[in-house]
Design a protein around this ligand. Structure first.
Ligand code: NAD
Length: 316
């Protein structure tokens, strides 16, 4: 029998369930397995999503499952764990979520899983490293969602500012998915034209407005959490984009948390960088020629992550 693509989602909270809903609506995979400590929630979600199948773009098998179902999964996507409470940073979640991840990854690997991990739980850069260590899988098969959402927010806000479709805006946020991330202004363009050229065309342009755009990207999660308690639709769509890139063997360039071995002058950590993603996971890291200031800010972001990583991984 022909093998079909299976995605297992661990953690059916706001992020996991939004991701499942977006996956189903975009018809990305043939099978979706839902797993959560809160079995009633995962079971209820499976029932609810199944009732939408008559309206779905393609046939999908969705069920409330267990870790043994990860054996035949192409992708295991982890959205489980604590999320940020108002006033908490992503890095405040380290110890709690590393402990949860040890259990989860051991259970997934115990099933005989031999696919690709995609991590969304925060702090995503630290937890992607933890999954790589705990699973023993090659580094290219552990992908963190990294700055995929921050990059999307950046493209949206720049598109809105210059009145151009965000899909035509090419600009990256790199570094920690969190407070030390940075915009790569030196390589930002819209339709092949540098942002500076667009600025010249805009009558009422003020340079400080670009700084405000970045601050709004960096602090977007805080702004949303203040208003509605959590963020989930944007990341869910980012996870679907990554899923499509993997299952469709796309070689797409996306900003993900990837393991560095000397790229950008850094090593032995997971951090957000543009990378080529395909059926084997992270095929290649795209090394941009950063400006000296960007390089320094990236090194600072990496340094902060490395300090936290060292403490987080100490007990393991
Ligand atoms: P949530 O509290 O709504 O859901 C978490 C789910 O994890 C719950 O259903 C809970 O039962 C489950 N869970 C907890 N421990 C588990 C275990 N050991 N095994 C299986 N399931 C377990 O949280 P959320 O809002 O969905 O956020 C989930 C994570 O995603 C958070 O860490 C949040 O910070 C992160 N997040 C990341 C991004 C990003 O850009 N990467 C964006 C938004 C949120």
């Amino acid at each position: 029998m022909k093998r079909v693509a299976r995605v297992a989602i661990i953690g059916m909270g706001s992020v996991g369930s939004s991701y499942a809903f977006a996956l189903l609506n975009q018809g990305i995979t043939e099978e979706i397995v839902l797993i959560d400590l809160n079995t009633a929630k995962a079971e209820g979600d499976a029932m609810d999503l199944n009732h939408g199948l008559p309206f779905a773009p393609s046939s999908t098998k969705i069920w409330f499952g267990e870790y043994s179902d990860c054996k035949d999964a192409d992708l295991v996507v982890i959205c489980a764990g604590a999320n940020q409470k108002p006033g908490e940073t992503r890095l405040d979640l380290v110890d709690k979520n590393t402990r949860i991840f040890k259990e989860i990854v051991d259970s997934v690997m115990g099933s005989g899983f031999d696919g690709i991990f995609l991590i969304a739980t925060n702090p995503v850069d630290i937890l992607s490293y933890a999954v790589w260590k705990f699973s023993g899988l090659p580094k290219e098969r552990v992908i963190g969602s990294g700055t995929i959402l921050d990059t999307a927010r950046f493209r949206f806000l720049l598109g809105e500012y210059f009145d151009v479709d965000p899909r035509n805006v090419h600009a990256y946020i790199i570094g920690e998915h969190g407070d030390t991330e940075l915009p790569v202004w030196s390589h930002a363009d819209i339709a092949g034209m540098k942002i500076g050229e667009w600025a010249k065309k805009k009558n009422d342009f003020k340079p400080e407005e670009l700084d405000t755009i970045f601050l709004n990207v960096r602090d977007a999660a805080y702004h949303i959490i203040e208003r509605k308690g959590a963020t989930y639709y944007g990341i869910a769509m980012g996870l679907v984009r990554l899923t499509k890139a993997v299952l469709g063997n796309e070689n797409s360039v996306l900003t993900v948390s990837a393991f560095l071995q000397g790229e950008y002058g850094q090593e032995d950590l997971y951090i957000g960088v543009p990378a080529i993603v395909n059926r084997n996971g992270i095929k290649e890291i795209v090394e941009l020629d950063l400006s000296p200031e960007e390089r320094e800010r990236f090194a600072n972001s990496a340094g902060i992550l490395k300090d936290i990583l060292e403490k987080a991984m100490e007990p393991y």
